[in-house]
Design a protein around this ligand. Sequence first.
Ligand code: C5P
Length: 255
Amino acid sequence: MHSGLPAQDAIDARAIRTRPVAIVALDRPDARAAFDLVERLPDATFFKVGLQLFTAEGPDVVRRLKGDGMRVFLDLKLHDIPNTVAGAVRSATELGADIVSLHAAGGAAMLEAAADAVAGVADPPLLFAVTVLTSLNPTDLSATWGRSSLSLRDEAARLARFAANHGCDGVVASVHEADPIRRATRADFPILAPGIRLPGDQTDDQVRVATPADAARLGIDFIVVGRSVTAGADPAAAYQRIARVLAADEGSENG
Ligand code: C5P
């Protein structure tokens, strides 16, 4: 629980951060395709099970990954009434999920019900709140909320503070919002960033993309790598390239 967080004016996040951890998105239609990908990535130990795979195969995919010693980010982006979300978080805890996502926009009661559901549990999953989806641009955001000229960075920071004040352990946000989020919460508030692309990659449907080097430089805690790794002919090579960048002192783009 992180209530009453002080706002901070000047933050040198780089001074205190560790290297980002890469989580590979198993955005595959079925378990066979997902575990084919896992086998092709011998260096990867943290996987994201999202809506596509979970809807197709259910919790067995998570159980199998955990049985194989992997860490799992269960990215179901929960957004429902508090009682329902609390139940889903309890189920995810029983599955052994390491991180579970939920929408900050679900409201204070929903976030607190989720936090209460893991309070006192041994080895609970971390609750990461989605701030603003990395596929949205400022026009989309303003249209969605019916307000003109919304700033993505301000909105992400506001929602991050809201999530932190209502029991979340971290936020899902783009790399570009790291600084305002840390100013609105605290210097070491955990951030998990999707929308990661290697230099030269296509952006696909993501709008606010950044490279692994950007993520390392800004002290992002976890990056989700999807199509940058999974769409190419050699996922293992792409993963190793990202791992090298994350391990490098200055987050070098080359390597
Ligand atoms: O292929 P790509 O790298 O774009 O995949 C990003 C993954 O991260 C997808 O599984 C997507 O659902 C997820 N994600 C996202 N934006 C968020 C939260 C999760 O793109 N805010």
